[in-house]
Design a protein around this ligand. Structure first.
Ligand code: X90
Length: 280
């Protein structure tokens, strides 16, 4: 048996993972005053508090190839899961790390998975890989099946502000215009290209949550796993969970908190929902 490791960047909001060797590679949130490393030691609430008082420029940086490489450790088979390559250089850095690692260790294999997404969809991918590793599947087989699985996962988001996304050029000016409207929430999805695709503007959270449920149905959710990841908005996450359970009684709905990178971009109150679709 080979030693296997799953390595995801910190946009996955995962710090630990049960059952399989795992590492998170942190992105960074940068202001002129300091740098926040999105690892287990980061005080996310403290960072959000700092940023709310901070008036200057803020940006983010993806991991370097060396960061990814260090996280591979000495695993013989590595699964890298990266935030969408349409919005970050993380995937590209992982690809360089893969080439270096395989050149250095010809018997080892790395696969880089461009999630075309962020947050909880990465977690779904990691969980599926872990499931197959535990079942004793071969590396190549897992790579194939993960490609397939990704046709059956998606991401929907609810954002109250797109300020940081807009200031950092991660949404088009057109989409950015939808931001900043007080009391409006933008509900959208990760597009096929791994960009933000706005779907609807909702006045008030209750409407937004009902809209999310309808959109999930339209996108082909029929139960299956749903991960809700929130940025300081547990009440909304719980309300959404109840709303979804009205339709999908037995389904596996979990709630977790955004770490640094997703908190920065989803901003206070934001929510990311990773889901399985068109299966079962
Ligand atoms: O490389 C870097 O500096 C990181 C840039 C990341 C930019 C986007 C992060 C988005 C986080 C926001 C809502 C959901 C987005 C859907 C993505 C397809 C979460």
């Amino acid at each position: 048996m080979y030693s296997v490791k799953i390595v995801a960047d910190s946009s996955s909001d995962m710090l630990t993972f049960d059952g399989v060797d795992f590492a998170s590679v942190p992105l960074k949130i940068i202001t002129t005053e300091r740098e926040y490393v999105d690892d287990a030691a980061l005080d996310v609430e403290g960072m959000i508090q700092d940023l709310s008082e901070y008036k200057g420029k803020s940006s983010t940086a993806c991991p370097s190839p060396a960061d990814w490489l260090a996280a591979f450790g000495d695993a013989e088979r590595v699964f890298c899961i990266a935030i969408t390559s349409s919005l970050s250089g993380s995937c590209n850095a992982a690809e360089i790390a893969r080439q270096d690692y395989e050149a250095l260790h010809p018997n080892r294999r790395v696969v880089v998975i461009d999630s075309l997404s962020a947050g909880p969809e990465l977690r779904l991918i990691a969980e599926k890989i872990a499931e197959m590793v535990t079942a004793g599947c071969e590396f190549e087989e897992i790579c194939e099946k993960i490609e397939e699985y990704r046709q059956h996962t998606g991401l929907v988001f609810m954002l109250e502000s797109l300020k940081n996304l807009a200031n950092n050029g991660r949404v088009s000016p057109l989409v950015a215009k939808a931001a900043g409207l007080l009391g409006l929430r933008l509900v959208g999805k990760a597009s096929e290209q791994g960009t933000l695709e706005p779907l609807e503007k909702c006045r008030g959270e209750r409407k937004a949550l009902a809209t999310i449920r309808r959109i999930l149905q339209e996108l082909g959710v029929r139960g299956g796993k749903i991960h809700i990841c929130h940025a300081g908005n547990l009440p909304a996450a719980q309300a959404l969970k109840s709303l979804l359970e009205e339709v999908w009684k037995e389904t596996d709905i979990r709630i977790s908190e955004c770490r640094g990178l997703c908190s920065f971009y989803a901003e206070k109150g934001g929510m990311l929902i990773g889901f399985e679709k068109n299966c079962g």
